[in-house]
Design a protein around this ligand. Sequence first.
Ligand code: ARG
Length: 276
Amino acid sequence: MVRVTRFRFLRQFLLGLVCVVMIAACGGGGGDTGAPADDAAGGGSDLLVVATEPAFPPFEFQAEDGSLVGFDIDLMNAIGEAAGFEVEFQSLPFDGIIPALQSNTVDAAISGMTITAARLETVDFSRPYIAAGLAIAVQESNTDINSIDDLEGKRIAVQIGTTGAETANGIPDAQVSTFDSAPLALQELSNGNADAVINDAPVTLDAIASGNIPGLKVIGELVTEEYYGIALPKGSPNLERVNSGMATILENGTYAEIFQTWFGAEPPELPEEAPL
Ligand code: ARG
């Protein structure tokens, strides 16, 4: 029951986003000329080290046996298979991922990472692979927080380095506390030590539906509409391979299969570029 409700909610907002954001996806590819000076994986190697912060179900998380699972994990592996490279995941704190890309310590990152204008100044992104957005969670019994405007002066828990954290930091007089993972921020709310959490809607909904973090609800509408992308170092020779692998699995039904596995629905149409 809970699962059906969750899927329906997810499907609704994913579909909703796509309806709202009708993108005429016109080319506009990178046009980079500067080849990376010191890229060990130059020209595209057979193994890509891919960073992720693995406490973000259903996108990336650890199964009971410790293995890394989730939508992003299946997607990255399928892209590698389609494009002819192996994937080795490396777990990193979320706020360490962009620095690791900038120093070429990792070849790519898939971590429910939103494509933003600010991030595009320091890293490249693949074409968007899923629509998401931020939601506000409060305690089930809460009645006074009904929109983002009600968060003024409130205690807000967020995961460090995220778009949720950035949004919270823009709220007047809010007391923002940062945590290493989204579940830790949600737990703080559940414990009554925060008034709200701003986090990616699919992840918050999954935490509530799974019963992992009790006593929470999501309020009203999404705060933002966001698209996730696979991040790569600026000018990476692997960007094209990742994008062509993604095009292949979007076409041959593999993407739809993976989406079905994790969200129990047909995937909505994706724009070729994220609206920023
Ligand atoms: N989508 C948000 C962002 O890009 C949160 C991502 C957090 N990802 C994670 N694996 N913890 O900032």
